[in-house]
Each structure stands twice: as structure tokens, then as C-alpha cells.
Design a protein. Structure first.
Length: 461
């Protein structure tokens, strides 16, 4: 998130100032101008919070170097002077790159916090301990800012949501909600469990889908290089002397000529589709359609679907406290799944049915069309017996066990298939090379004499 500070003038000449956070510089300035226009304010100044490198000294002590975020150089200078330092230099950091911390760092922070909360340690002390031990610079600075704002009495939910670009939207919401829920330890534990499962699922998905695709792509490039460049250097020697080529060699040489004559077109066909697909996936409609058909991929789709339901049920279990307050947990749990199709069906089908028509949870979920029959059956039993909260946890645990086992078997199967594909391609390349090695003139003597005579006349000419 990018933070801005702006100064504006009212119609009566009074100066006012405020702060605002946005995802980008363009969005932030657009929102500030919109706010000024709406309230009939005349903007005087807009400043973006940046990092400043300073060098200070107190008395005859050794100079100290440090870094501080502020809206201006003057702001840093005033703050250091108040602390009794003599400012030697203050320079704006040229490359202020704040990369988001790895998911593992976030998981560690949440998990350790949950364990310390379980030991009844005050949250302010927990933050202080973790700030000192956190290695990631971005996370350390974020925790410092959160700790300072909470000490000033800021609303915990608003404070954590301010840093959702660091934690993620769902995690930031859960951590902010925990402070004023009265059930802080349980929410932190549930969030840690959710993050661990999300991290594990992404890791397994890479093993099952992304890694094999990358392997096949690299193999495809290697085969193109062999067929298009290495193989013709040998095969064309035989063509040069009018030596007949065997079928496989002739076909491979034709493929090589086709590839080299249409290299630009083939390169575009290889590069452009992935770019178009990536850009399409970033659009609202594209993300919706991709996430919808992702659930229909043979073998892998059902596993992704069940993992989404597991995440949904786990989050719903954490937040649900009664039928009168069921809408908000349903909405948040849908957002936590990370699947736009699942989220849209819950928000636009299930929730309206519950709010406008008073439909029960199970019937609304069934109408959305995104829950399995097993999940609906268990939820229906839980709704009838008044134990839907605990039933959600049972479904989450059941699907966790099933998906972990099945995904492991699927990864092993995909690895075997990839190995077989590589083996088949290597055998074909070996056969082509072996066939090329068997090529020889039908009448070696005559052909040799013709070649020698031709070379002799060429030299005389």
C-alpha cells in the first residue's frame, strides 16, 4: 500500500490535512482529487510517504546511520532534532522497493503469535518480541507500524486492513477481527492453520501441474533446437550428394525446413498465447471463467474443488457464532477460498436467497451449485441438529485428509507420465539418429569416382 498526506483549503480559507492509503500512486492521487472535488476543497499539496536515509550524531559520539519513513525530508529532520540529534545528512532513498514477505514468514508470525497468546502473554509484548526476531525487512517495518498505531488506540481491524497488501486481504481481516472478538487465540490458531494449508496446497499444485508443464516446455524447446539446427547440419550433407534418405530422416528434414522457414510464426505461436491467457486471467470475467473451468479439469479439478470447500468450512467454523449472524461469516469464508467462481456463486446466489427469501443455509448452498453432495448432506444434518458449526470443522478435516492423500497419488502418476513422455521422445530422437548413421551410397565406387572427378574439374575451372 502507498500512503499519502495531503493539504487542502476550504472555501472559508481554513487549511486542513489528511492521510490516505491506496494500492498504487495513480489510485491514491485519483482518490484524493475525487475527495477534494466532492467536498469543494482546493488542494495545496500531496506528499507520498517515502524512505529517507539519515546520518546523525549526538555530541561527540560516533555518527549513526539509519532509515526512516516520512512524508518529507523536513519531517525527518524535525523528528531527529526533537530526539537531540545533530543532523549531518538526510537523503531520499532512490530505490524504495518493498517486496512482500514470503508466505512462510507470515505463517511463522501468525503461528508463534497463536502459541504465545495461548500462554496468556499480552499482545503488545508478543508484537515487541516478534519485531526483534523478524528477519524480513518489510514484515518488521509493518509490525512496528501496527504496534505504534495500536498503542495510540487505533481500531485493530482498520489497522490490519491497512496492511492487507503485506498480509493478504483475508489474513489482515482475521488478525484485525481477533483483537476485538474476545476469542483472539482461537482465531489466530485458525488463521495459522488456514495459511499452512494454503501454502501446502500451492506447493502440491506446483508439483502436480506447474512443474510438469515447465518440464514439457523445456523439452519442447530442446527438441525444436535439435530438429531445427543440429539435425539438418548432418542430414543436408547427404542431400548435397544426392544420396537417398530413409523415411524417418526425410520426414525429420522436412520438419526442420518447415521450422526454419516459419521460425517467426512459430515463435509468435509459442509466446503470444500464454501472454494473452495471462492478461485474460487478470480481468474480472477471465478470472471467473478460469476459476470455473479449473474445477472441471479431469482428476485435478475435483481435488481443487474439495480443497476450496475445506478452506471455506474451516473459515466458516472459526467465524460462525449463530444463525442470526451467519451472513458475514459466509461472505468472508467465500472470499478466503481464493476462487472467484466459488465466491461469486456464494455472494450472488446463496446469500441473496438467505436474506431476501429466508432460505436455510443448506438449501442456499445447494442452489449455488458449488458444494459437493457429501458436503451438502453433512451440512443438512448439522443444520437440523443445530451443530452446523462443528459439522463444518468435520467436513474441513475430512476433505483435508482426502485431498492430501489423493493429491500425493496424482503427483506420482503425473511424474510417471512425464517420465514416459520424455522416454518416448528420447527413443524417437535415438531412432532418427541411428537411421541417419546407416545411410550410405548405393554404389559407393561409382559415386566416389563421380565426386572425385567433379572436384577435379572444379579445381581446373
Amino acid at each position: 500500500m502507498v500512503e499519502f498526506k495531503f493539504t487542502a483549503e476550504k472555501l472559508n480559507g481554513q487549511l486542513i490535512s489528511g492521510t490516505l492509503s491506496a494500492k498504487s500512486i495513480t489510485e491514491g492521487k485519483k482518490r484524493i482529487h475525487s475527495l477534494a472535488e466532492k467536498n469543494q476543497l482546493k488542494l495545496k499539496n500531496i506528499e507520498k510517504k517515502s524512505s529517507y536515509l539519515y546520518k546523525v550524531r549526538r555530541g561527540r559520539e560516533k555518527p549513526i546511520r539509519g532509515e526512516q519513513k516520512a512524508y518529507s525530508k523536513k519531517e525527518v529532520e524535525i523528528a531527529l532534532n526533537r530526539l537531540g540529534y545533530e543532523v549531518l545528512s538526510i537523503n531520499k532513498k532512490l530505490f524504495d522497493l518493498n517486496l512482500n514477505p514470503p508466505t512462510a514468514e507470515i505463517v511463522t508470525f501468525v503461528k508463534i503469535s497463536a502459541e504465545l497468546l495461548d500462554q496468556k502473554l499480552p499482545y503488545s509484548e508478543i508484537l515487541t518480541l516478534l519485531i526483534n526476531d523478524t528477519q524480513n525487512k518489510t514484515l518488521k517495518e509493518t509490525l512496528k507500524d501496527i504496534n505504534n498505531e495500536l498503542k495510540k488506540g487505533a481500531d485493530s481491524e482498520a489497522t490490519f486492513l491497512k496492511y492487507q497488501s503485506v498480509f493478504g486481504k483475508f489474513t489482515a481481516y482475521m488478525l484485525g477481527l481477533a483483537s476485538k472478538s474476545g476469542n483472539m487465540t482461537e482465531i489466530y490458531k485458525a488463521t495459522a492453520k488456514f495459511l499452512e494449508r494454503q501454502q501446502e496446497f500451492k506447493k502440491n499444485l506446483r508439483s502436480a501441474l506447474i512443474t510438469p508443464l515447465v518440464t514439457l516446455f523445456v523439452l519442447f524447446i530442446a527438441v525444436l533446437f535439435y530438429v531445427g539446427y543440429i539435425f539438418p547440419e548432418t542430414a543436408k550433407l547427404f542431400v548435397k550428394f544426392n544420396i537417398p534418405l530413409p523415411p524417418m530422416t526425410a520426414f525429420t528434414l522436412k520438419m526442420s525446413d518447415f521450422l526454419m522457414n516459419n521460425l517467426a510464426l512459430i515463435s509468435l505461436l509459442v509466446i503470444i498465447p500464454p501472454i494473452i491467457f495471462w492478461r485474460f486471467s487478470k480481468t474480472k470475467k477471465g478470472g471467473y471463467l478460469i476459476h470455473k473451468y479449473l474445477l472441471k479439469i479431469p482428476m485435478l479439478g475435483p481435488l481443487i474443488h474439495k480443497t476450496i470447500i475445506e478452506v471455506y468450512c474451516r473459515v466458516f467454523y472459526t467465524l460462525y457464532s449463530g444463525s442470526a449472524e451467519s451472513i458475514e461469516p459466509i461472505r468472508i469464508a467465500a472470499e478466503a477460498t481464493g476462487n472467484k467462481y466459488f465466491e461469486e456463486r456464494i455472494k450472488n446466489v446463496a446469500i441473496p436467497l438467505m436474506v431476501k427469501k429466508g432460505t436455510g443455509i443448506t438449501d442456499a448452498f445447494e442452489a449455488s451449485g458449488v458444494f459437493t453432495e457429501t458436503a451438502l448432506s453433512r451440512l443438512h444434518s448439522g443444520e437440523e441438529t443445530g451443530t452446523i458449526k462443528n459439522t463444518s470443522l468435520q467436513i474441513a478435516n475430512y476433505y483435508e485428509s482426502e485431498t492430501v492423500y489423493r493429491l500425493k497419488n496424482l503427483i506420482e502418476l503425473i511424474q510417471v507420465v512425464i517420465a514416459m513422455i520424455i522416454m518416448v521422445i528420447m527413443i524417437l530422437l535415438t531412432l532418427v539418429s541411428a537411421e541417419t548413421a546407416t545411410i550410405h551410397p548405393k554404389t559407393p565406387g561409382v559415386t566416389g569416382s563421380i565426386i572425385i572427378e567433379q572436384q577435379y574439374f572444379d579445381q581446373r575451372a
